[in-house]
Design a protein around this ligand. Structure first.
Ligand SMILES: O=C1O[C@H](COP(=O)(O)O)[C@@H](O)[C@H](O)[C@H]1O
Length: 370
């Protein structure tokens, strides 16, 4: 059985953002030694930016990990089709970003970082999280709305097929983003989700909301938004402010440049404050055309989990969790579900660069020195 223990005497980090992070070690036994090294050196320096009490900006520190703040190669992005992502063309944090259209906003996010000893235990933790969310949602409103990402995430979902506690007849599946490729393409998120999970569970096909294939990307986005808008609020409630859909659980991955969904660094789609679904053209990661949920939709969810496993995620995990970038430079830092919960699921390899010993020092944002 997994045991969740808190790290340190004061588990919560509070800040002006109200995003209080706590670190939860999920280990095989309560007495198991900590697998996460706790480094003491903090090299980062930051300059405080504007602060009007509601929103604030900080300049990115140069912590020297990436030259010019740009990840040199999006190496983890070998696509299933065999396409290799080129050198990142995402604009790096703090580089060539004027004027800057992003801001961090005050939110009431309750955030946890779940540290697992192995990727298998992290996968089991993910399954448990989905089952718990499904049970709670079905009990509360008779339906469970689950949103999936692409990339490496769908392959982790296989064990959900045999997990107890999910009523598939009351489950509705959505996609946080999709590549504009045929559903038969190895790069299709729909195909990956079908193969890993959806073809193995008794979910009514009408409850799998695939993003349409074979359409111009703008049309696919409009059509998907239309389908979502038509779902009754009893199953998919809307926020009082802005009328955004409140999904029960959104599962995100994070790319090596900090993108989530198809919201890439310093792009207009990433700063969009209106709309549910947007088309993306000229994506810095192939394929170039995508359809994505917007950040307000992600942040309207009841619960969001960002899953980042393996050594390939180590650098970006450290950067997102410990270095406050200019808002928009690392889209994963904009994920702060309003009034909801945020969980990061990490394993030893992806958490290796974290300096968790300093997380209890009462800094404003997890995690770099001020
Ligand atoms: O292109 C995408 O990349 C991210 C991250 O993928 P990963 O393979 O590095 O885990 C993914 O979350 C997103 O849905 C996808 O479209």
């Amino acid at each position: 059985m997994l045991v969740h223990t808190r790290l340190g005497q004061q588990p919560c980090l509070s800040g002006r953002s109200n995003t209080a992070y706590r670190v939860i070690r999920c280990q095989a036994a309560p007495t198991a030694p900590s697998p996460i090294p706790e480094k003491s050196s903090l090299e980062s320096r930051t300059k405080e930016g504007a602060d009007n009490g509601k929103a604030f900006i900080h300049l990115i520190p140069n912590n020297g990990r990436w030259e010019n703040g740009i990840p040199p190669v999006m190496g983890a992005h070998l696509m299933a089709s065999g396409t290799i992502s080129p050198i990142s063309v995402s604009k790096g944090a703090g580089v060539d970003v004027t004027p800057h259209q992003f801001q961090y906003h005050d939110t009431e996010t309750e955030a946890s970082v779940m540290l697992y000893v192995t990727p298998e235990k992290a996968q089991a933790g993910l399954v448990k999280l989905v089952v718990e969310a499904a049970e709670a949602a079905v009990k509360a409103k008779g339906a469970f709305t689950l949103v999936l990402s692409g990339g490496s995430l769908p392959a982790l979902l296989g064990p959900l097929a045999t997990a107890k506690g999910i009523d598939w007849s009351k489950t509705h599946i959505f996609f946080v983003d999709e590549r504009n490729v045929p559903h038969s393409s190895p790069d299709s998120t729909y195909k990956a989700a079908q193969e890993a999970l959806l073809s193995k569970v008794p979910i009514p096909p009408a409850q799998v909301y695939a993003i349409a294939e074979g359409l111009p990307v703008e049309q696919a986005a409009v059509q998907y938004e239309g389908r979502l808008v038509s779902i009754p609020a009893a199953a998919l409630p809307r926020t009082a402010e802005g009328g955004f859909p409140v999904f029960d659980l959104i599962l995100l991955g994070v790319g090596p440049d900090g993108h989530v969904a198809s919201l890439f660094p310093n792009r207009p789609e990433t700063s969009a404050s209106k709309g549910w679904i947007l088309p993306v053209k000229n994506s810095p990661k192939p394929p170039p055309e995508r359809i994505t949920m917007t950040m307000p939709v992600i942040n309207a969810a009841k619960e969001v989990a960002i899953v980042a496993l393996g050594a390939g995620k180590c650098e970006i995990v450290q950067r997102v969790l410990e270095v406050q970038a200019l808002p928009g430079a690392l889209p994963a830092q904009l994920v702060r579900p309003r009034g909801g919960k945020l969980k990061w699921l990490l394993d030893v390899a992806s958490a290796e660069g974290l300096d968790t010993a300093h997380w209890n020092e009462g800094k404003r944002f997890p995690r770099s020195a001020f």
